[in-house]
Ligand binder design. Structure first.
Ligand SMILES: [Zn+2]
Length: 483
């Protein structure tokens, strides 16, 4: 027979447990609400776009200037807890002018109830120094002490933009005035200080470019080899000389968010977006254009395009565990050929290191793979085990740059990614041909990655392996390497 005393004490424990749970949930909720309202206070006050006096430009942007654009500069720097007088002054100035500062603070003016962990930057030992705390998780938000944020522009005064004008003309295109087509960059970002010179001068408002366009020469050993071996033929005037050196027009783009538009692109509530945006967005991008930039938007000219997401280990340091640099080089080579044939070749380089999870996560995954069996069948699972997701990149905003460049169709897409393909086609830009990385350019150790991706839906004209076959694809073990 059951002991009634024990029974009642068990149910009392249950009740207490439940109450404790409710209490914890409430505390968490309160913290979440506070974090949202802090963001709303600090970020993105509604602003009016200054009217333009250039007839052509104002005609195109008329639609945009009629509606308040709630823009904010996305953070691609770490949060900053710098509450030095200068930063405070800048933040106050930014708020007065209706523009948000590039510096995103982890501690805010007027913020109450915080208790940052002590941090002594430059202290000789770790304990004295203290941990850097920047996370916005509910348990940590009041303890953050981030101090390493910085602005891209360090100048305290209005910068001098003499002679920094774009080195090539782009647009304006009708897409620039479509609030649904470009939501993650400022289509006028390359012209901002010149378009708004009056406002800058008369009202002392700080307006800075978020896009810059320049011309450059490139030397890549692979491309020099391509010329030596005859894979590429020098043209001397379009973009490739006899030494295998390239001439290129480069476009650097910093993100600028139109929050209602971004929220709509993702199909989420703007409040939800604001809460998560600043943690989950990567940096900017760079466009490398081969041939005459005017041809990118000319529908009569063919266009070859590679959308490349940053992979520092392979792109710069030649790691052979993935296909990133080979595909990047292949993309450049094909872009050059398209330009030489009278069309346009474009490579767009996005700062989305390690599927936007970063190199720390990436290296942890490498370890897990190499200490395990490193089979293609487990490739995505490994990342999910470590990071909780297999990919943090979202491609939904990627096509903005294509709209900005005036691109209306892509003849040759030098990418196998189904996510990129879907995002571009979903934005109404057709892709006529998809070009996969040729077999001979795939490093042996990167078969695990490429085969896993193909089986997961990446484009191929060749064989898509079964789950069973994928198990047989195995990477090199650490023991196979001469350290
Ligand atoms: Zn890579």
């Amino acid at each position: 027979m059951a002991d009634s005393g024990t029974n009642s004490s068990v149910s009392m424990t249950d009740v207490l447990e439940a109450l404790k749970g409710i209490q914890e949930n409430q505390a968490k909720l309160a913290s979440e609400v506070e974090s949202v309202s802090l963001r709303l206070d600090t970020l993105a006050p509604p602003i009016q776009v200054p009217s333009l006096d250039n007839g052509k430009l104002s005609a195109l942007s008329a639609g945009a200037s009629a509606s308040p654009i709630r823009t904010t500069l996305a953070a691609d720097e770490p949060d900053s807890g710098d509450t030095s007088p200068t930063t405070k002054k800048d933040a106050a100035q930014a708020q007065r002018s209706g523009f948000t500062s590039r510096i995103i603070l982890t501690t805010y003016p007027k913020q109450i109830g915080i208790n940052p962990l002590p941090l002594q930057w430059g202290a000789p030992d770790a304990l004295t120094r203290g941990p850097v705390v920047v996370s916005r998780s509910s348990s940590t938000i009041r303890r953050r002490n981030g101090k390493y944020g910085y602005a891209k522009y360090c100048s305290r005064n209005l910068p001098d933009f003499t002679n920094t004008e774009p080195a090539a003309n782009i647009g304006p295109f009708p897409q620039w005035g479509d609030e649904k087509k470009i939501v993650a960059m400022d289509p006028w970002g390359h012209l901002a200080p010149w378009l708004f010179a009056d406002t800058i001068e008369k009202e002392n408002v700080d307006i800075r470019p978020t896009i810059a366009i320049t011309k450059a020469h490139m030397k890549l050993p692979e491309l020099e080899e391509s010329v030596r071996s005859g894979r590429l033929v020098p043209d001397g005037k379009v973009c490739l000389n006899a030494q295998g050196e390239l001439a290129v027009t480069k476009f650097a783009v910093e993100p600028v968010w139109y929050l209602p538009g971004v929220a709509e692109r993702f199909g989420i509530d703007e409040g939800v977006l604001r809460r998560s945006l600043f943690e989950h967005t990567g940096g900017g991008l760079t466009v490398y254009c081969f041939g005459d930039p005017a041809k990118m938007s000319d529908e009569k000219c063919r266009l070859a395009l590679r959308i490349h997401d940053e992979c520092n280990g392979s792109d710069v340091f030649g790691s052979d565990i993935c296909t990133c640099r080979p595909y990047l080089i292949f993309g450049i080579e094909e872009a050059v050929k398209e330009a030489q044939n009278g069309g346009s070749g474009v490579v767009i380089y996005f700062r989305k290191e390690g599927r936007a999870l970063g190199e720390v996560t990436k290296y942890l995954v490498y370890n897990a793979r190499k200490r395990g069996e490193d089979r293609a069948s487990d490739y995505f699972k490994r990342t999910e085990n470590v990071a909780g997701v297999k990919d943090m990149r979202f491609q939904a905003l990627m096509p903005d740059i294509l709209h900005w460049l005036g691109i209306k169709k892509i003849d040759r897409m030098l990418s196998m990614s189904n996510m990129k393909y879907d995002a571009i086609v979903g934005q109404g830009i057709p892709i006529h041909e998809r070009v996969e990385l040729p077999e001979e350019l795939i490093p042996a150790d990167s078969r695990v990655e490429i085969d896993a991706k193909i089986t997961a839906g990446y484009f191929t004209n060749g064989n898509r392996m079964t789950a069973e076959e994928l198990k047989a694809v195995q990477g090199r073990m650490w023991d196979d390497i001469d350290h």
